[in-house]
Design a protein around this ligand. Structure first.
Ligand SMILES: [Zn+2]
Ligand SMILES: [Zn+2]
Length: 258
């Protein structure tokens, strides 16, 4: 009985070689965002996309959903070999998720190629909805981003471990309350050291702004991901000045709570 979180990708919109856009695997079978190619990006981390049961999308910008078609394809091909026809469940923002899943199926040409025929169960989520995924209690909250976004708070009811994932968002003080007392926060730092003004329309945060949320939430750990500009050597000390227990994880790192 343990809670695990594996960083599949930790990069921003156009990740460098050896990385993918921020996406994560919870307890080995729940994928949060799909990056450019989460299925293939899982393999070097020792994780197998065949075992995925659920995918949760934070928001439907390309760098977070593009990998969905290949996740569906990989899982379908592998499961067919095992004689297992169980379908994936896909949760995401109510405004976009049904269209995006239909587009992924259209891209796979499921009507033309019966071998890739797959009809995932799609669950549109409105920020504020509560979900149950196996032993996970999942709360959701709105983010501040140009498209509808979901921040997720996961409670593993077996271990009592709470993990918050912000997705892409501008600084939103309300998230500190939503994430209160979390064992881990995974938040973005797209603008590096540059502090976007409150009226910025890009909808992203600096590393210090995310560190402020972690501090105000009383979180145990902060993992900064989706960092678009600046070097680790300048960003990490700046964030740690605000919230000392900050890391910038590499893809393949796994955190485990027993
Ligand atoms: Zn993004
Ligand atoms: Zn985005």
């Amino acid at each position: 009985m343990a809670t695990t979180l594996t960083f599949i990708g930790t990069g921003s919109c156009t990740p460098p070689a050896g990385n993918d856009t921020a996406c994560f695997l919870l307890n080995g079978h729940v994928l949060i965002d799909c990056g450019w190619c989460a299925a293939l990006s899982m393999l070097p981390t020792g994780q197998d996309p065949t075992g995925l049961t659920d995918v949760l999308i934070t928001h439907c910008h390309h760098d977070h959903y593009m990998g969905l078609a290949s996740v569906l394809f990989y899982r379908r091909m592998q499961r067919a070999r095992l004689g297992d026809e169980s379908e994936l469940r896909i949760f995401g923002p109510a405004e976009d998720i049904e269209r995006v899943v239909e587009l992924a199926r259209a891209y796979l040409q499921v009507d033309r190629f019966s071998a890739v025929q797959t009809t995932p169960e799609v669950i549109p989520v409105t920020p504020g909805d509560n979900l149950r995924i196996g032993k996970l209690d999942v709360q959701t909250a709105p983010t501040r981003h140009p498209v509808q976004g979901l921040a997720y708070r996961f409670l593993d009811t077996d271990t009592g471990v709470a993990i918050g994932v912000s997705g892409d968002t501008a600084y939103l003080p309300e998230l500190a309350e939503f994430f209160h007392g979390a064992d881990l926060l995974v938040m973005e730092g797209s603008t590096g050291l540059k502090e976007p003004t409150p009226d910025s329309t890009a909808g992203h945060s600096s590393v210090r702004q995310s560190a402020r949320i972690a501090r105000d939430a009383g979180a145990a750990l902060l993992a900064l991901v989706h960092v678009g500009s600046g070097s680790r050597d300048e960003l990490l000390p700046a964030a740690r000045k605000v919230f000392p227990a900050t890391s910038m994880p590499e893809p393949g790192e796994t955190l485990t709570w027993e």
